[in-house]
Write a protein that binds this ligand. Structure first.
Ligand SMILES: Cc1cc2nc3c(=O)[nH]c(=O)nc-3n(C[C@H](O)[C@H](O)[C@H](O)COP(=O)(O)OP(=O)(O)OC[C@H]3O[C@@H](n4cnc5c(N)ncnc54)[C@H](O)[C@@H]3O)c2cc1C
Length: 427
């Protein structure tokens, strides 16, 4: 068994977990990417904490009765025990090392925690290329680099897959006749990268990225030192900060008309926003939907005059100007509500609709980079035709870079171009 971890069966639960003073139990499955992401962290921590806390793991599907008894329905799930009682957080999904450590520390005395933390030794790993971000752009770069025998480590703050993993259905990625569930498409992409030899660091905390030195420090312990960096961290929709927004994101609320408008044939939708993208996307949605209500905070639209004129001439489009959304509600499949406030009267009302599109802009995920790179006016990274940024040997691919169209196909194209360019330097 790797590390100081004991694999148990449910009939050993009493003896190996409940009868121990302190214990931790990991319910795992095979062919489970988040379980793989956890395995290295769990093993590493077992060396540090394993003399004081019993580290155990159990195959969930082979021990269904115990899993059901403990209300464990997904893998991985990690439970912490003190004197035979479950304590602390029930961790699942993309589990961070810091979450594990916080719960392990909570089982121990202050002195013990100090002693254990004192034993943590920083680790340095060398690679030719480090990729930040495991969406379609980063994964494609990884596939090409690994196939060119370029030693590549891919770092993601979440589980690999990027936006595709959370997209309900993808119908415009070539090679599939039927629409693909986004999580399956992203699964194929990350498994392909892994099979070709890309080394993953998934669900990690990125502490520091030094683009001049080409170093990336993760989880406070490992510094990856590379010769080149590929930034593929994507962008995220600008949040409205409205109740229900997080909950129904991708499940009633969409941020991509190209991707989702087709599901609203002869249906009614609400579009939030009044700038260029909102109005242009509303015009695109109008090819499908029977009615579009545009909710915009100002008296006038901000979009260019041509788009405004087209929208105003479109009989399917109605406007609720000087209104802001206050809450999103879901009543059932394709049955949504938007509570809006009239900013002039303060009166609130609800618009019932089949779907909601929010177009109030995206924010590029540039957070962890210390060095200044050339950006466009919207804050996206400028690159040359080979995806090289203004810093030598630093490339940017996918949604993070300046481009007209942000799609999976354009992200994989960027990843391809950067990787082929880079691999020539390692030939
Ligand atoms: C709701 C929605 C639906 C969509 N549907 C479609 C569709 O049907 N078809 C289509 O072609 N396109 C669709 N798109 C667009 C498409 O998903 C994106 O263009 C594409 O995913 C961009 O890929 P990417 O690799 O650049 O970034 P992303 O997919 O955003 O991946 C970025 C990755 O970087 C990671 N990351 C972020 N910050 C850091 C950091 N500091 N360090 C390390 N990792 C980090 C993230 O966890 C993520 O895994 C959709 C977009 C949205 C928002």
């Amino acid at each position: 068994m790797a590390g100081k971890i004991k694999e148990i069966q449910q009939d050993q639960y009493q003896q190996e977990v409940l009868d121990k003073k302190l214990a931790v139990l990991d319910f795992y499955s095979t062919e489970c990417p988040p379980c793989e992401a956890l395995a290295a962290k769990y093993e590493d921590l077992s060396y540090l904490y394993g003399d004081d806390i019993a580290f155990t793991k159990i195959f969930r599907q082979g021990n269904k009765e115990l899993a059901a008894k403990l209300d464990v329905s997904g893998s991985p799930t990690v439970l912490f025990y003190k004197d035979g009682e479950v304590v602390g957080d029930k961790l699942s999904g993309g589990i961070l090392r810091s979450d594990l450590m916080r719960n392990l520390d909570a089982l121990l005395s202050e002195e013990k925690v100090k002693e254990i933390h004192g034993k943590i030794t920083p680790k340095e790993t060398e690679a030719d290329v480090v990729i930040l971000g495991g969406g379609p752009a980063g994964l494609t770069a990884g596939v090409y680099l690994a196939q060119a025998h370029v030693k590549t480590i891919l770092v993601d703050t979440a589980l690999p897959g990027g936006y595709v993993a959370t997209t309900h259905q993808v119908s415009n990625y070539p090679g599939f006749i039927e629409p693909q569930p986004g999580y399956m498409l992203s699964h194929y992409m990350s498994e392909q990268a892994k099979a070709n030899g890309v080394d993953f660091r998934a669900a990690v905390e990125v502490n520091k990225v030094d683009l001049d030195k080409k170093t990336v420090t993760i989880d406070g312990v490992e510094t990856i030192k590379a010769k080149k960096v590929v930034i593929a961290t994507g962008s995220r929709p600008r949040p409205l900060g409205v109740a229900g927004e997080q909950e129904y994101r991708g499940n009633g609320i969409s941020y991509c008309a190209t991707c989702d408008a087709k599901y609203f044939q002869d249906k009614e939708v609400v579009v939030v926003g009044g700038g260029n993208s909102a109005i242009e996307e509303a015009l695109f949605i109008s090819k499908f939907a029977s009615k579009i209500t545009i909710v915009h905070q100002f008296d006038e639209l901000q979009a260019n005059k041509v788009a405004q004129a087209k929208a105003k001439a479109d009989p399917k489009i109605e406007f609720k100007l000087s209104h802001e959304p206050r809450e999103f509600k879901k009543y059932g499949n394709m049955d949504m509500g938007v509570v809006v406030e009239d900013l002039k009267s303060g009166e609130k009302s609800e618009i019932r609709t089949n779907g909601i599109f929010v177009f109030v802009g995206f924010i590029p995920n540039l957070g962890s980079f210390e060095q200044k790179m050339n950006l466009d006016q919207w804050g996206y990274l400028d690159t040359d035709a080979n995806m090289q940024t203004s810093i030598k040997d630093v490339y940017a691919v996918g949604d993070i870079r300046t481009k007209a169209y942000r799609q999976i196909t354009t992200a994989v194209a960027d990843g391809t171009i950067a990787a082929i360019t880079i691999s020539k330097d390692f030939a």
